[in-house]
Design a protein around this ligand. Structure first.
Ligand code: AOF
Ligand code: ZN
Length: 372
């Protein structure tokens, strides 16, 4: 076991905090954080830049300049070893004269996978791994999922009344949770690479699915609709704004004629036909695999109830964010969150409670499944 100092821990916590800034903004690359420390003081900090480049280490080294010589670098992911679209970070750290590198997680990318550590050690740099690995991995979960499972990490978001309902009646959206919960949900959008709804939600709510937090309007995820027969209305907000915010519709071959029409009206729209399941709906495994292939690390699923149920039943949910309004009930006629499936499917084993946050009168509970 490597011994880490309290200061190493403090600096790595800082690096993990920096990596969070990049969450949802780096796909297909991972959001990485880096803090370079000399004499106990950070001399360079960095995180992966929008679109995934430059890498975190490059930014931190740029800031540190000559002060990097003899310094310690804390990185949340093993520095890369390959000549990809950028030269290897391991080389850059060696060239800058960094004496020691502390790493939280090894990089599962087959182009790196241990080679970053090897390059550094060969050059005489002291390397220590595994510091705050679990915490760093939380931020990197999307990248790990895509590299190791070929599909994005899936976050399912639900907003529930005290009696577990998501709307009063089908087709009529109800404001259930308050403004603090709404702001948190928008932050989750910003931290996702893509956000998905079923066409039923488009028909019922005509949503925008953008992040509208002040200062983060540019961080809206790619908007996805699962719509096997292309029932999306021609004047849906998602379509009318698809030139501004990328919008993709997953459909099936059954809708090919409608697809041609829609594409003609909306040249910026991406229509992606995938396989269908026995019921003729968009196959979730096929869609997830396609999203992995498109470099999507983190997918947020926002409804409706039937799509949520299909994700839960397929075992595709890695994390559930459940907002509850304890003071509001919608009564027995209300729409159930998982279309008849008990909520325990998201709150009991293999899921476990990872965090509970009060948000005004509401509560957010996050449940996680190991291996997500
Ligand atoms: C790091 N620091 O900040 C990131 C890393 O195509 P490239 O050249 O940008 O390389 C992409 C790969 O580099 C990616 O799959 C992952 O292994 C690593 N990303 N590495 O040291 C970073 N974003
Ligand atoms: Zn790199």
């Amino acid at each position: 076991m490597t011994e880490f100092t309290a200061d190493d821990r403090r600096q790595m916590a800082h690096a993990i905090g920096l990596s969070r800034r990049a969450l949802g903004n780096t796909a297909e690359n991972p959001p990485v954080g880096c803090v370079i420390v000399k004499g106990g003081m950070p001399v360079g900090v960095g995180w992966t830049q929008p679109g995934g480049r430059p890498h975190a280490e490059t930014c931190a080294l740029d800031m540190a300049g000559g002060a990097a010589r003899g310094a310690v670098a804390h990185v949340t992911l093993e520095p890369c070893a390959h000549h990809g679209q950028t030269p290897p970070c391991a080389n850059a750290l060696i060239r800058a004269g960094v004496a020691r590198v502390v790493i939280a997680c090894a990089d599962p990318d087959p182009r790196v996978r241990g080679r970053g550590v090897e390059m550094l050690r060969k050059a005489g740099v002291t390397v220590q791994t595994g510091l705050m690995e679990n915490e760093a991995r939380r931020v990197l979960a999307g990248f790990f999922s895509r590299i190791t499972r070929g599909r994005p990490h899936v976050l399912l978001k639900l907003a529930l009344s005290a009696d577990g309902k998501i709307a009063e009646t089908p087709g009529r959206p109800a404001a259930i949770t308050g403004k603090h919960a709404l702001a948190r949900a928008h932050l989750m959008r910003a931290q996702s690479d893509a956000i998905l709804v079923g066409v039923g939600t488009v028909l019922a709510d005509d949503p925008s699915l953008t992040c509208r937090l002040p200062g983060l309007q540019g961080r809206s995820p790619i908007r996805l609709v699962a719509d096997s027969r292309l029932r999306i209305p021609h004047d849906a907000k998602l379509l009318r704004t698809c030139g501004r915010t990328p919008t993709w519709i997953f459909t099936t071959i059954a809708a090919r004629e409608k697809a041609l029409e829609l594409q003609e009206s909306y040249p910026h729209l991406r229509i992606i036909p995938v396989a269908h399941d026995e019921a003729g709906r968009v196959s979730l495994p096929a869609m997830l695999e396609r999203l992995g292939g498109e470099g999507i690390n983190r997918l947020m699923v926002e409804g409706g109830a039937h799509l949520a149920r299909a994700f839960v039943e397929g075992g595709f949910v890695d994390e559930a964010a459940i907002f509850t309004a304890p003071e509001k009930t919608l009564g027995p006629g209300g729409l159930e969150a998982l279309a008849g499936l008990p909520l325990a499917a998201l709150t009991d084993a293999p899921f476990s409670l990872a965090g509970e946050t009060p948000l005004g009168a509401d509560v957010l509970r996050v449940y996680e499944k190991p291996g997500g």
